[in-house]
Design a protein around this ligand. Structure first.
Ligand SMILES: [Zn+2]
Length: 269
């Protein structure tokens, strides 16, 4: 009975998307064909830059990861904040709930919340990864990923590896999320639920202890298992997809053309 209901609600979810489903499929195909194509064009230049700057594997990995994370967050949040500010009717119809946006309920309180969210973002996504990654590389506790031009993944390899990373991430995140809802750990997790109406900037708003467990660890499991069998291009593509997904999930909108809702049982904000 339960399974039956689930299948019906999933079928309805796909049907509701209409032509949005085709756009989502198109974006997905474009991504998996586009990334290897762009990599073949630019990866030799990137490796040249890395050699010219005499960057070690670890420094390059950290600098690239943090830069792409910050750039993606900046671009996505800028776009979302324009949408929030102008409330275009064509976009507002995709709002995930009927509540008013939090800055309209209490503008003064909102400014404080925004400032705190930015500080937490910087701590979680720029300070914490360095603190975790530096000792791991110092003790050579993580294996290096492939970085040669010959090993750049094909679209199918990229798809398979990203699906594998998604499964590892989802499995790990699910159990960790259940764990942090236990009374003993909820005092850390309640911070993430402070934002009753989630928006794009709240994607990585969590207590640093929780972010370490639920934000940094689950997405790193897949790449850690695949090790040298996964190219750096695939790892960076995976982190782009994952951060984009977190922002999309928390944006407060449920767009039918979002490629993140293509997979069965996927949920949003
Ligand atoms: Zn929770």
């Amino acid at each position: 009975m339960f399974k039956h209901k689930l299948l019906i609600s999933e079928a309805n979810r796909y049907l509701k998307k209409g032509s949005g489903l085709l756009i989502a499929l198109f974006i997905t195909i474009l991504f998996f064909i586009g990334v290897p194509m762009i990599a073949h064009k630019f990866w030799p230049l990137i490796l040249g830059g890395k050699a010219a700057l005499q960057l070690s594997y670890s420094s390059f990995f950290l600098i690239w990861s943090l830069t792409q994370h910050n750039l993606l967050t900046l671009v996505c949040n800028t776009v979302y904040f324009v949408l929030y500010a102008y409330e275009f009717p064509a976009i507002e119809k995709y709002k995930a709930n009927k509540d008013t946006w939090p800055w309209k309920k209490d503008p003064a309180a909102w400014r404080g919340v925004l400032l705190k969210s930015l500080k937490v973002y910087f701590l979680n996504t720029n300070v914490l990864p360095v603190l975790v990654y530096a000792p791991l590389t110092y003790f050579e506790a993580i294996s290096h990923h492939a970085e040669t031009i010959e090993a750049i993944p094909s679209p199918v390899q990229l798809l398979v590896q990203l699906l594998f990373c998604m499964i590892c991430d989802d499995f790990c995140f699910y159990w960790l999320h259940r764990l942090v809802h236990l009374p003993v750990l909820y005092r850390f997790h309640k911070m993430h639920h402070e934002h009753a109406d989630s928006i794009s900037i709240t994607a990585e708003y969590a207590h640093p202890f929780e972010f370490l467990l639920g934000g940094l660890l689950p997405p790193a499991i897949g790449p850690a298992i695949l090790g040298h069998r996964m190219h750096l291009v695939s790892v960076f593509a995976w982190y782009l997809v994952r951060v984009g997904e977190a922002i999309d999930q928390h944006s407060g909108y449920e767009f039918p053309f979002s490629p993140y809702r293509l997979l069965p049982m996927s949920g949003g904000s």
